[in-house]
Design a protein around this ligand. Structure first.
Ligand code: GTP
Ligand code: MG
Length: 258
């Protein structure tokens, strides 16, 4: 009998690599002799890169919702999630029955719909129940490669953190599309805020430059902001460091907090 399961919610902007990372993290954990349940929470996905054990599509038919209510893709996602919240206890029951060590939850990409509507946070809290949980926030290398892109992604991360109220770890996804020096620079922006300030001074102008300073001060004062770990789902790199951080949060360490 498993006492508690560790829930890992993968969140991030559309196309940031949540689904592929879910698949790769499952592979890595299973390769380390840990048992994993994979949950697909995206009603609109057609063929995710993993075999899900528990799937929201068993409860709501996105295409049907679109046709029946004459909705577009975003409206149908909102309606599907709202409907699925009514089944959150069934989803949790299914997860519990698998009795595995880790639960990977692949969240929908339309964050403004998933995170900001009430159904997203309700789904997250209903699924995890009282079990330990963390969210992995994916910063897409395509966006984070510029200082302004990085800053706006971090702000989005703060806002996700406010919505879900879970300990949160930022990951730099797809680091394999950048040079090693670029990856290093982005990681340093997370460690030394003044370096990000310098980069913003060089790349931003006018208004952005003026208010970026106060945003940086805010970020620096937030305990939620932890370092960013580069993890390539494609090349399977960075998983040992990520696992170390997960261990720390699940054992109640101080790197992440709730
Ligand atoms: N180079 C590279 N590409 C990646 C990596 N992870 C994902 N991708 C690619 O990025 C694209 C989007 O990946 P997904 O895993 O579908 O991203 P997602 O966040 O689940 O997307 P949505 O659910 O649609 O928001 C795909 O073409 C992936 O192959 C990575 O580590 N490196
Ligand atoms: Mg996806």
């Amino acid at each position: 009998m498993v006492l508690s399961m560790f829930f890992i919610f993968l969140v991030g902007t559309a196309g940031s690599g949540k689904s592929l990372l879910t698949a790769s993290l499952e592979k890595w954990l299973v390769g380390s002799d840990l048992s994993v349940t994979v949950v697909n929470l995206d009603p609109g996905v057609e063929s995710p890169p993993y075999t899900s054990d528990v799937d929201i599509r068993e409860y709501v038919d996105y295409g049907e919702v679109m046709r029946t209510f004459g909705l577009g893709p975003n409206g149908a996602l909102v309606a599907s999630l709202d409907m699925a919240v009514g089944h959150v206890d069934d989803l949790r029951e299914e997860i519990i029955e698998t009795e595995r060590d880790y639960v990977l939850v692949d969240c929908p990409g339309q964050m403004e719909l998933f995170a900001y509507r009430n159904s997203g946070p309700l789904m997250v809290s209903g699924l995890r129940g009282d079990d330990p949980a963390v969210s992995l926030y994916l910063l897409d290398s395509n966006i984070a490669r510029t200082a302004t892109g990085y800053l706006s992604s971090m702000l989005l991360g703060v806002s996700i953190n406010i919505r879900f109220g879970l300990p949160q770890q930022s990951l730099l996804s797809k680091p394999d599309i950048l040079t090693e020096d670029e990856v290093e620079e982005i990681v340093q922006w997370g460690e030394e805020v003044y370096l990000l300030g310098d980069a913003l001074d060089q790349s931003a102008d006018g208004l952005v430059r003026e208010y970026s300073k106060s945003i940086l001060e805010m970020l620096e004062n937030l305990d939620t902001v932890t370092g960013t770990i580069p993890v390539s789902a494609k090349n399977m790199t960075g998983f040992d460091i990520l696992y170390g951080e997960l261990q720390r949060v699940f054992s109640g360490g101080d790197n992440l907090y709730e």
